[in-house]
Design a protein around this ligand. Sequence first.
Ligand code: HMG
Ligand code: MG
Length: 302
Amino acid sequence: MALPNKVQIIEVGPRDGLQNESQILPVPLRVELIERLAKTGLKKIEAGSFVSPKWVPQMANTDQVLDALNASSVKTETGAQYAVLTPNLKGLEGAVQHKADEIAIFGAASESFTQKNINCSIKESLHRFEDIAASAQQLNLPMRGYVSTIIGCPYEGDIDPQVVADVAKTLYQMGCFEISLGDTIGVGTPIKFKRMLDAVLKEVPADKLAVHCHNTYGQALANIYASLEYGINKVDSAVAGLGGCPYAKGASGNIATEDVLFMLNGMNIETGVDLDEVVNIGNWICSELNRENQSKVGLARA
Ligand code: HMG
Ligand code: MG
C-alpha cells in the first residue's frame, strides 16, 4: 500500500512520559511543557491521567493541569486538544468536571498485565469500559481506546494477534473513535507488527488505528514504518523519548517525537509540526528532569 501523505502525531510525553519519571513535576512545569508542545503544531496532547494517585503519584493533580490549560489563551490560539486517561467512572467524572477534550480507556491483550495495571481481568476491564462508554456517548465526549501488550507481555511473553484483534474490536464497537495499539515493552519487530496488523485490520479499519511504540529494543521507527505501509496514519510519540509504564517491568520510553518527525519529514510526509521547536523542548525538559535525552535527533542537534 502507498504511504500516507499526512500523519497525525499524538503527543503522549506529558502523560506516558511523566508517569514514569522518578521526579514528580510540579503543575506549572507540566502546564508549560504541554503549552510549549501545543505551540509546535501538535494538535493532540495527552495532558495527564485521572487514575489513583496511590498507583501513579506522578499523575496526581491532573485536575489542576487541565484547569490551567483551559484557562489559558494557548488553547484557543493553537486549537490543541487535551486528552486524559480514565480507567473507571471516577476518572471519567474528573475528566468531565475539568473539561478534558477527550478521554482514553486503556485495556490490554494480556491478563497478567491488565491485572497489574488496573487491578482487574480483561473481561472486568471491558465491563467497566462499557459504563464509561455509555456516559461518554451521552456527553458527546470523544473516547479513544488503548490496547496494550500487542506483541509481548512482560509477564506472559508472546501475545496472540487474535486476542489483540478481539480486544481492539470490542473497544471499537464500544464507540472508541480510534484504537491505539501499544507495544508496551517495545518487543515488536516489523514482521511481528505486520502479523498483528493482519489480524487487527480484519476488525478495525486502518484509518481508525494508531500505533504506540515504546522503543526499548530500538525497533520503534521500523515498526512505525511497517504500520504506515499498512495504511496507518496516526502515531503516538513522546518528546525526548520520555516514558514507560510503571506496571510493565522493562518498559522504557516511547519513541521520541523528534525521531518520528525526522523520519516523516525525510519522506515528505506532512505533520504540521515544527521539528526544531520540539528538539528545543526535548532538551529543555530533559534538563528540568535531570535525565538523558532519548531522542537521537535531539542529541544530534543539541
Ligand atoms: P483499585 O485499587 O482496584 O481501585 O485500582 P478501587 O476502586 O478499589 O479504589 C482504590 C482507591 O483508588 C480508592 O481510594 C479510590 O477512591 C481511588 P482510597 O479509598 O483507597 O483512598 N481511585 C481513584 N482515585 C483517583 N482517580 C481514579 C480512581 N479510581 C479509584 N480514577 C485503578 C484501580 C484503575 C484505579 C488503579 O489500578 C489505577 O489507578 N491504575 C493506574 C494505571 C495506570 O495509570 N497505568 C499507566 C497508564 S497505562 C500505560 O501506560 C499503557 C499505555 O501507554 C499504552 C501502552 O504503552 O501499551 C496507555
Ligand atoms: Mg505507553
